[in-house]
Write a protein of this length. Structure first.
Length: 268
């Protein structure tokens, strides 16, 4: 039913399907950001649990909707091609992570021990946009690659996975910014706009690249999965385990895995 409904709206063109999916995930990010207006003081425990859930959804989606289908699409050489893609995704995110200070540097003023770029070197607004863009790259690309492959069910699975995890992500970033003194309503709106400006073009890029040359599909799926796995391990898990709520974050992650597995099997 969901697939039929989606096809009625987006049609049969993979790039147009990717565009509609990009609007959906951007809208869910905006929803998460706007929650800060009504849920004015979420506890750190709640945020850690929500981000753990987001990590679980992304973790399951990386394997069920990207890595395993990528290996299948690649045929005899699929495993090697996906591994190459994963390696490239991790390498890009690792380099980008060192080139641009983390979002929490702007929000909290804390520097990472391995960070060599001073916050004063870049205008705060530019720093914020670049950091957010880098951390959202694998998510947008993953959705685009899913629809570009021609498998609508796979694309829908990724759309739901990224959209669901965008809600707690948008809320967490907005809460951190409000705590740092940003205006609650204005900042929440800007977060939603940022999601639309960043994720929609990346979704379109992923769908277009795969539709132009199907040979890159296993590499693209591996690349998107590698980037998402890097963000989970390097960003989300350490953040959710740094406030004394490790058990809640872990339970949230397991719940996210279960929910994503259920959605993936149901859509398949």
């Amino acid at each position: 039913m969901l697939e039929s409904w989606f096809l009625r709206i987006a049609g049969n063109d993979p790039v147009m399907q990717a565009f509609v999916a990009g609007v959906v995930i951007a809208g869910l990010n905006l929803l998460g950001a706007l929650l800060v207006v009504v849920w004015r003081n979420p506890s750190q425990r709640s945020l850690d649990g929500a981000l753990g859930f987001a990590a679980g959804v992304m973790l399951a989606a990386s394997f069920t909707s990207l890595i395993l289908p990528g290996i299948e699409f690649g045929g005899q050489n699929g495993l090697i091609e996906v591994i190459v893609g994963i390696s490239l995704g991790v390498l890009l995110l690792d380099r980008a992570d060192r080139w641009v200070p983390h979002v929490h540097v702007l929000i909290t003023g804390r520097q990472r021990s391995d960070q060599t770029i001073s916050e004063a070197d870049l205008a705060p607004l530019l720093l914020f946009i670049v950091a957010i863009t880098i951390h959202n790259m694998p998510e947008g690309l993953a959705v685009g690659v899913g629809f570009g492959s021609g498998n609508v069910a796979e694309g829908l699975s990724l759309m739901l996975a990224i959209g669901i995890q965008n809600i707690p992500e948008g809320l967490a970033v907005s809460v951190a910014a409000v705590n740092a003194g940003f205006d609650r309503t204005t900042y929440a709106a800007l977060t939603g706009i940022r999601a639309g400006l960043v994720e929609i073009p990346l979704v379109l890029l992923g769908a277009w690249a795969v539709s132009v040359s199907g040979a890159i599909l296993p590499y693209a799926m591996g690349f998107a999965a590698g980037g998402m796995l890097f963000v989970i391990s390097d960003e989300i898990v350490p953040e959710t385990h740094s406030n004394g709520h490790e058990r809640v974050a872990t339970l949230g992650l397991m719940l996210g895995v279960v929910v994503m597995l259920y959605l993936d099997v149901s859509l398949a």
